[in-house]
Write a protein that binds this ligand. Structure first.
Ligand code: PLP
Length: 384
């Protein structure tokens, strides 16, 4: 129940990759037959990925994943401009692959605005409208949040950015392959995507770059990927990504419907059975099957350990590093107090989960919370 962290490789995608690890191991830049077979594999995958997001194949640059795509989009664009006098905007709930790039750019002298979100984690269009300045050159806002599942109004946000003359990028790692993503309908200039979040292999992803958007390279070397991403292509990975993208398009509507229902069942049951539970993120406008909750008076990590002992794999927004408790920036951004943010658990359902899995969690989790609360110094007299 941790599909927002990663997904298994679909067996059909795995089978599509296999020949490129064995007999078709050519370098796509080679002139000979085996090189051309690898080239065909890469170009077929480019068409498959492009089709999934309604882009043209020439607009897809393969990378090593979501993190690299985010870095390439933001740093690659900023590299084409002078480093002084530029204003760039992002949101408080971004993945670190975006947020940390903005922190870096701020240190380099760029003017940075980090937009607040409402209690559901949504960037309200008016908030962006007010933050736009004559020198705003880039707006980067994620399509859906990995921790709380909230889907952003990207179409409206992109339109506001464009009205002010800025380029719009979105990190769509959590949505591509899960819900319909159409780059033309959204009106975005750049969009990041990762294979391992959509039942493809790890270590591969892509950046969609709308025709006419100019980027500078981040890697120097060969002329692969229109000189924007030097280095011999990860052919088996790219082929697996392409196959996974095609499968995602085929199963999407059925999968969305099923996951929406399973997620709703799980979320409603847990909120009914466990007192002092808060659903985080937008209750309706969220990733199908994404359930994020905060249980008051308990630590997320303790819950995860006890769930793991029972064979349930989930994750928590709060990260406990070397004894210092560091609650999630996303949960703090939606206005949760630290002590509540510490009790967060994310259950993200995927294609292989069933109603039985949901029933099992509903059977196990209330008891775990009850036991932890009984031991907690935060409950009862003098507690919260
Ligand atoms: C997983 C994730 C990433 C990072 O993608 P990788 O392919 O693992 O580098 C970036 N953004 C979001 C929203 C993610 O969920």
């Amino acid at each position: 129940m941790d599909h927002s962290a990663t997904t298994p490789v679909d067996s059909r995608a795995f089978r599509a990759m296999e020949p490129y690890l064995t007999e078709e191991y050519g370098n796509p830049s080679s002139i000979h037959r085996m090189g051309q077979a690898a080239r065909n594999g890469v170009e077929t995958a480019r068409e498959q990925v492009a089709r999934l997001i309604n882009a043209s194949p020439e607009e897809i640059i393969f990378t090593s994943g979501g993190t690299e795509s985010d870095n390439l989009a933001i740093l690659g664009l900023m590299e084409t401009m002078p480093s002084r006098g530029q204003h760039i905007i992002t949101s408080a709930v971004e993945h670190h692959a975006v947020l940390d790039v903005f922190t870096y750019l701020e240190r380099k002298g760029y003017e940075v605005t980090i937009l607040p979100v409402n209690k559901y984690g949504t960037v309200e269009p008016e908030t962006l409208e007010r933050a736009m300045k004559p020198n705003t050159v880039l707006v980067s806002i994620m399509h859906a949040n990995n921790e709380i599942g909230t889907i952003q109004p990207i179409k409206e946000l992109a339109a506001i950015a464009h009205k002010g003359g800025a380029v719009f990028h979105t990190d769509a790692v959590q949505t591509v392959g899960r819900i319909p993503v159409d780059v033309k309908d959204l009106g975005v200039d750049m969009l990041s995507c990762s294979s391992h979040k959509l039942y493809g292999p790890k270590g591969v992803g892509c950046l969609y770059i709308k025709k006419g958007t100019r980027l500078a390279r981040r890697l120097y070397g060969g002329s692969q990927e229109r000189k924007l991403r030097s280095g011999t292509e990860n052919v088996p990975g790219i082929v697996g990504f392409g196959a996974a993208a095609e499968i995602a398009a085929e199963v999407m509507s059925e999968s969305m419907e099923r996951l929406n229902e399973l997620g709703r069942n799980l979320s409603d049951s847990l909120q009914r059975l466990i007192p002092d539970t808060i659903l985080t993120g937008d209750p309706v406008n969220r990733i199908p099957g994404h359930v994020s909750l905060c249980f008051k008076y308990v630590e997320g990590e303790s819950i995860l350990l006890m769930l793991d002992q029972m064979g349930i794999m989930a994750s928590s927004g709060s990260a406990c590093t070397s004894g210092s408790l560091d609650p999630s920036h996303v949960l703090l951004a939606i206005g949760l107090p630290q002590e509540i943010a510490h009790g967060s658990v994310r259950l993200s359902l995927g294609r292989c989960n069933t109603q039985e899995d949901v029933d099992y969690v509903v059977q196990i989790l209330p008891g775990i919370i009850e036991r932890l609360r009984a031991m907690s110094p935060m409950t009862g007299e003098g507690g919260m």
